[in-house]
Design a protein around this ligand. Structure first.
Ligand code: AMP
Length: 216
């Protein structure tokens, strides 16, 4: 099963990707995590990506497509894969369509639908574990001990691009570059829309239910 997750930054793609990938047994990747990993390792790609990410802008298509296609080639299992945060532009969607053309194409594009007001509220409170990337929210889902990950004890931090100016920019970029993909996948009969303004568990249940027919 080959699935992508679409949705505004803060819609809950990362959280839901983890559950779906676990329950359906398919490997997942977040293009944002791949870039953050390159930054941590100090690679040339990491340095390039940082300059775009800090401003909330998209990393250029050619490098992004190359990086994700390499991940697919190395990690996709016969069961498929789940992409979180890719594609985000028309060129990326076309590159993915082309790469999968020989294998029956994508099975589903899931849109986690959340209003802008809700996500500005979520992102401004979001903190992440610097070690295992588990997300928390200062107000709604705080860790047991302030600043420490419940799961691995790692230090929690706020992403530079979750600061208010960068959040505004990321929303603008989404509306301009990524939102048109919703129509692209709807026209291709692949779009599944899930209401993202419910609890994490309810959104996850809805997602798994929606993907069940695709999986079988
Ligand atoms: P995310 O973790 O998905 O919110 O991504 C964080 C940042 O990484 C984005 O704001 C972009 O700067 C960059 N990024 C992630 N995925 C992509 C993509 N598919 N195309 C271009 N830039 C991306």
């Amino acid at each position: 099963m080959k699935v992508i997750l679409l949705g505004l930054p803060g819609a809950g793609k990362g959280t839901q990707a983890e559950r779906v990938s676990g329950e359906l047994g398919i490997p997942r990747v977040s293009s944002g995590d791949l870039f953050r990993d390159h930054q941590k390792r100090g690679t040339e790609l990491g340095r390039l990506a940082r300059s775009y990410m800090e401003r909330g802008a998209l990393v250029p298509d050619d490098v992004t497509i190359g990086m994700v296609m390499e991940w697919i080639a190395d990690n996709a299992s016969p069961g498929g894969f789940l992409l979180d945060g890719f594609p985000r532009t028309r060129s990326q969607a076309e590159a993915l369509d082309e790469a999968l053309a020989g294998e029956g194409g994508l099975d589903a594009a899931v849109l986690i639908d959340v209003s802008r007001a809700e996500l500005v509220r979520r992102l401004s409170g979001r903190i992440l574990c610097s070690r295992c990337q588990t997300p928390y929210n200062r107000r709604e889902a705080p860790p047991g001990e302030p600043g420490k990950c419940d799961r691995c004890g790692g230090e929690l931090y706020q992403r530079a691009d979750d600061k208010p100016e960068a959040v505004e920019k990321r929303i603008e970029v989404y509306v301009q570059d990524t939102e048109p993909l919703v129509a692209h996948y709807r026209e291709g009969g692949k779009l599944i829309r899930v209401d993202g303004e419910r609890s994490v568990a309810e959104v996850g249940d809805a997602l798994i239910r929606a993907l069940q027919p695709v999986a079988t």
